[in-house]
Design a protein around this ligand. Sequence first.
Ligand code: MG
Length: 164
Amino acid sequence: MNKEFRVGLGHDTHRLVEGRPLILAGVRIEHELGLLGHSDADIVLHCVADALLGAIGRGDIGEHFPDTDPACKDLDSSRLLADVVALVESLGWSLVNADIIVHAQLPKLLPYKAAMKLRLAQLLHVQEDRINLKAKTGEKVGPVGRREAMQAEAVVLLERPVRD
Ligand code: MG
């Protein structure tokens, strides 16, 4: 059976502030600063959701989950990503792999990577070996390096059978 493929790209930035929890890929991270946003500001889940929407040609999460919608206030982004995954699967697509970069000066994310990958695998309905997670500092320059913001990027590849 022949297959067709689609690639999608996602990016997200949120400001770092005091008094907010830091949640990355659905995992609570111990840190004195957290990400500011209308939802839980989980940059990892947001950029993965945007990459999936990109691959299926359905715009971005701002269109699907407007930050003017009270229902999205403090939204658990796991729910947002689950909705996007349901849309992707309803169109017959499945995830080949996802490669994700988190840009954060602090804290060190290595101790959390396994838990983050596990949560992503659960939400994306794939084995963990289809997901790669990278953590980069900002080399103490720019908004990431000065700890004003965190950013994340994701690329995904989707496949589906083509009936000939
Ligand atoms: Mg966001």
